[in-house]
Ligand binder design. Structure first.
Ligand code: MN
Length: 257
C-alpha cells in the first residue's frame, strides 16, 4: 500500500512526524505537507501565484501552499507515476470535532483526497500541545487495517479524533455524528508596539450539542471517535419546504430525498 500523508500544522509538526513513522511500518508513505502551520485554511487553493515544492528527505516534500494544495499537487501531478491508494491527514494538534471540520485544513486535505477518488482519513489529537501522539497513530493503524476488509463508500471521509492519553486509556472506537459548538469566543483586540490596532481570531466555542452519539461525547467517555463525513452540504429535509415557499417546481431534488 502507498499512502499520501499530509497535514495542516506543517511538515515540522510532531503530529505528522509521529504518524509518518507509524505508517511506514505498514506501508510506503509519501509526505507532502505545507512548509508552515496552515491551520484553519479549510479547503482553500492557492490560485494567485505559483506553488513551489521542496524536497524534505526521503519521500517527503514541502509546499508553500495550503493543505488542499498539497494533496491536489500530489495526486494530480507529483505522484502520477506512483499513485497512492489512500490519503491520510494529520495528526492534527487539536481536536477537529463538530463545527471545527468546516475550518480545518486537516479535514480539508482528506476531503481533497476523496474528491480525487481515493479513500481518505483525517486524524486529530485533542490537545494543542499533545503528549501522546503515539496513541492517535496506533488508532490510525487500527482503522486502516479495518479498511482492508471494509472499503469506504465513495465520497466518504473518515474523521478520527483521539484523546491525548496513553493507549491503554482508550476504550476502542465509537462511531459518531458531528456535534456542535457555541459560536467562537470573541476577537481579541490589542495594539502592536507602534500603537496600531491588531486583532486575534478567538478560540473555538465551547461544546453545545455534545450528547450521546456525538464526537464530543465519545472522547469524553474514553473512546476514539470516527465520524463519516461527506462533502455534500445539501440540507435535504428543507428541499420540499423550500419548493413550497418559493412556489418553485421540484426538478427532482426534493422528490429524490
Ligand atoms: Mn492544525
Amino acid at each position: 500500500m502507498h499512502i499520501l500523508l499530509a497535514n495542516d500544522d506543517g511538515i515540522h509538526a510532531p503530529g505528522i512526524q509521529t504518524l509518518a513513522a507509524a505508517l511506514r511500518r505498514v506501508a510506503q508513505v509519501t509526505v507532502i505537507a505545507p512548509d508552515r502551520n496552515r491551520s484553519g485554511a479549510s479547503n482553500s487553493l492557492t490560485l494567485g501565484r505559483p506553488l513551489r515544492v521542496t524536497a524534505a528527505g526521503e519521500r517527503a516534500y514541502t509546499v508553500d501552499g495550503t493543505p488542499t494544495d498539497c494533496v491536489h499537487l500530489g495526486l494530480s501531478c507529483l505522484l502520477l507515476d506512483d499513485p497512492p491508494d489512500l490519503v491520510v491527514s494529520g495528526i492534527n494538534h487539536g481536536a477537529n470535532m463538530g463545527d471545527d471540520v468546516l475550518y480545518s485544513g486537516t479535514v480539508a486535505a482528506a476531503m481533497e483526497g476523496r474528491h480525487l477518488g481515493l479513500p481518505a482519513i483525517a486524524v486529530s489529537c485533542a490537545a494543542h500541545q499533545p503528549d501522546h501522539l503515539e496513541t492517535a497513530a496506533e488508532m490510525t493503524l487500527r482503522l486502516i487495517a479495518k479498511l482492508d476488509h471494509h472499503p469506504l463508500p465513495p465520497k466518504t471521509v473518515l474523521n478520527l479524533n483521539v484523546a491525548d492519553v496513553p493507549l491503554q486509556a482508550i476504550d476502542g472506537f465509537a462511531v459518531t455524528r458531528l456535534g456542535h459548538r457555541h459560536v467562537a469566543e470573541g476577537v481579541i483586540q490589542d495594539r502592536d508596539p507602534r500603537g496600531r490596532p491588531i486583532y486575534w481570531i478567538g478560540p473555538a466555542g465551547a461544546e453545545q450539542d455534545a450528547g450521546a452519539g456525538t464526537d464530543f461525547h465519545a472522547l469524553a467517555n474514553g473512546r476514539a471517535s470516527v465520524t463519516p463525513l461527506t462533502t455534500d452540504l445539501t440540507r435535504r429535509e428543507s428541499l420540499p419546504d423550500l419548493c413550497s415557499w418559493l412556489d418553485a417546481p421540484d426538478d427532482g431534488a426534493a422528490s429524490a430525498c
